[in-house]
Design a protein around this ligand. Structure first.
Ligand code: SF4
Length: 311
């Protein structure tokens, strides 16, 4: 494994490429990457780098988003079958149907969606910015998708009516983080703080000391004055926490809290991608431009500098 990691580093240097890895990737893929983070952080890293080739170890919508934000760069996925089943739950006909039935409600889409859906939205958010952006909207009723759990979290935290689009959308990994699993780990370590992702069901969130995005959970472990933490999101995050905070202990809710699509990417596939230049992700430029405008509007409402205005 060490040998392969060294070959990846050498090949990336030789061809002027960087490797980006999502927080849910296998530990060895995280370790070989130039940057590890959530999907938006990685898209921004892709924009900031001078490297012309980006190997993106993440699921389909993330790689697509990196390509949307970096039209002049070569964006490669090491495993095209690494998909996000939740992103696939929201397609353009569903968007049109909900729009037709709720003509006055703005449509806010989660970053875990495809470019065509993003281009049809009024705003795009991450799990860390969803409540903040929705609270700024001059509307009492909001369409939000995909993910009914994040939609309910936004409703709870903003006091607005938030309709999940579609109503039954969910992340198959986070929906499995149930209250009984949290309580069973908590019984063994009552002093541990419980940190969960807002894609978890509402009854799970109610047991948590902290609810936040993957990056917010990682930061919170560093900030909360405690030694032990029960981590209610995909288990790949635990590797990152262990590397960042040597004095703290992070425990999974279950050994099965794994996103199988994220784990499809291996060191072998990252290396093959660097050598072969496959698989290239290309987005229709008109569609990408529409999606970038929606992203820009969202960043502006949040009062943050758009990643592309820094270049
Ligand atoms: S953990 Fe859930 S939302 Fe994230 S990539 Fe896997 S299926 Fe999609």
């Amino acid at each position: 494994m060490e040998n392969l990691s060294r070959k990846i580093r050498e090949k990336a240097r030789d061809i002027g490429a960087i490797v980006l890895a999502h927080n849910y990737q296998r530990p060895e893929v995280q370790d070989v990457a130039d940057f590890v983070g959530d999907s938006l952080e990685l898209s921004v890293k892709a924009m900031e780098t001078d490297a012309k080739t980006i190997v993106f170890a993440g699921v389909d919508f993330m790689v697509e988003q990196a390509a949307v934000l970096n039209p002049s760069k070569t964006v490669l996925t090491p495993e095209p079958s690494s998909i996000c089943p939740m992103a696939w739950q929201l397609d353009p006909p569903v968007v049109e149907e909900y729009r037709r039935r709720n003509p006055d409600a703005p449509l806010v889409v989660y970053v875990n969606s495809f470019v065509e859906v993003k281009s049809m939205a009024d705003y795009v958010v991450t799990s860390s910015s969803a409540s903040r952006l929705v609270s700024k909207l001059d509307a009492g009723k909001i369409l939000f998708g995909p993910d009914r759990n994040l939609a309910s979290y936004v409703a709870e935290t903003t006091g607005k009516e938030v309709i999940a689009v579609p109503l039954n959308s969910y992340c198959p990994v986070h929906i499995g983080i149930t209250p009984d699993k949290i309580l069973s780990v908590k019984e063994r370590m009552p002093d541990a703080k419980v940190l969960v992702h807002p894609e978890c069901p509402p009854e799970t969130r109610r047991l948590a000391d902290f609810v936040g995005s993957t990056s917010q959970i990682i930061r919170a472990v560093g900030e909360i004055d405690a030694k032990r933490f029960i981590i209610g999101t995909e288990n790949g995050v635990i590797h990152r926490i262990s590397k960042l905070y040597s004095g703290k202990e992070a425990y999974p809710v279950s050994k099965d809290t794994i996103c199988p699509n994220m784990k499809k990417i291996t060191l072998e596939k990252v290396y093959r991608s660097l050598v072969s230049g496959e698989t290239l992700v290309k987005i229709d430029e008109k569609l990408a431009e529409k999606a970038r405008r929606v992203l820009e509007r969202s960043f502006t409402l949040l009062g943050v500098e758009t990643p592309w205005s820094r270049k």
